[in-house]
Write a protein that binds this ligand. Structure first.
Ligand SMILES: [Zn+2]
Length: 332
């Protein structure tokens, strides 16, 4: 990444919330990656969140979609119908283990596309981009790496394929223990950067710290990642004591109260853009660890709904699509 420059809204702009949905096949989250897991039946359940939440708030989420979704006619029909009505945008999400060309061994290491040889990662990105363009009649401009798996060449490759926005950075977080990327040095603020002679906009996944030790968050997180501290579950001890919680803005891994605590803390520190995220299979019970049954789904939808109402009415925020935010940032 070269010359990152902060991308700020004008100071009097109300805080902005985006919704980005990792839109993908159903797979067993506790089992090894499997090239044969390509079912996309849960895409039919996505409109429910629009009926129950998004339409009322005027929220236009971005579905970042992967190969099985982009190449299954029934799934395309559901999403393209909403896109044509102006109710969503379509971006790109690469799960390399189910995205051709299938030249690599399926493994945990190779599940981070950024770990693949440069040409193979590029070829997967190119074929996926072409499939989405064919299915939706327009070229995607926003990218989110599967498993947040950015590598040394990813930015140049997506820039060459016409992308203008990346949403793969998870601030304050390292996946090194799993052979993934290290975002420990990144924070929650959007920025622009140069790649392959073009300028890209980065919109990080909203992740951060709440609790009275939050100013020490990055240092303590690094400490908690040390082998001895992992064994002692230092991170869990800090979170349970209320001293320091690392929270992701997602109804899958955070409660409504946690998402409000995080947003309040970040907003106080000048954060302008809040990016809420979840995985499409969570909208149909039984596919992700987060939504096991109908009661979980009701809680899931209610958590999103309550947060959106709080964001608008208590934090004084507004909702934008990714490309609306891109335009607004460009204007300020
Ligand atoms: Zn994914």
């Amino acid at each position: 990444m070269h010359n990152p420059v902060p991308a700020r809204l004008s100071p009097n702009e109300r805080p902005v919330m985006l919704v980005i949905i990792d839109t993908e096949e159903e797979f067993a989250w506790d089992r090894p990656f499997d090239r044969a897991s390509t079912g996309t039946g849960s895409i039919a359940s996505q409109p429910l969140m629009h009926q129950r939440v998004f339409d009322e708030f005027g929220i236009v989420p971005t579905y970042v979609i992967d190969w099985p979704v982009a190449t299954t006619a029934e799934s395309v029909a559901v999403l393209r119908g909403m896109m044509d009505e102006g109710r969503c945008e379509i971006g790109t999400h690469l799960h390399p283990w189910v995205s051709p060309p299938h030249d690599e061994e399926v493994s945990r290491f190779n599940s981070y596309a950024g770990n693949l040889p440069r040409q193979l990662e590029y070829d997967k990105l190119r074929l996926l981009t072409e499939a989405i363009t064919r299915s939706f009649g327009r070229a995607p401009v926003a990218f989110k790496a599967g498993r947040y798996g950015l590598g040394a060449h990813t930015a140049k490759s997506i820039a060459a394929l016409g992308y203008r926005i990346d949403a793969s950075v998870v601030p304050y977080t390292s996946f090194i223990h799993d052979d993934g990327p290290d975002f420990s040095a990144f924070d929650e603020h959007p920025y622009r950067f140069e790649a392959g002679g073009r300028t890209l906009l980065e919109l990080p996944v909203t992740t951060g710290y709440a609790g009275w030790l939050r100013s020490h968050g990055p240092a303590l997180y690094a400490l908690a990642q040390q082998p001895l501290a992992r064994t002692a579950r230092l991170g869990g001890i800090l979170a349970r004591s209320g001293a320091l919680e690392r929270i992701r803005l997602s109804p899958e891994v955070a409660t409504g109260a946690e998402m409000r605590r995080l947003s309040t803390a970040l907003h106080r520190d000048g954060c302008q853009v809040f990016s809420l995220t979840y995985h499409s299979p969570s909208m149909a019970p039984g596919h992700t660890p987060y939504v096991r049954d109908a009661a979980d789904l009701e809680r899931f939808i209610a958590t999103v709904r309550d947060y959106c109402a709080w964001f608008r009415d208590e934090l004084g925020g507004q909702f934008m699509s990714m490309t609306q935010l891109e335009a607004r940032l460009a204007a300020s």
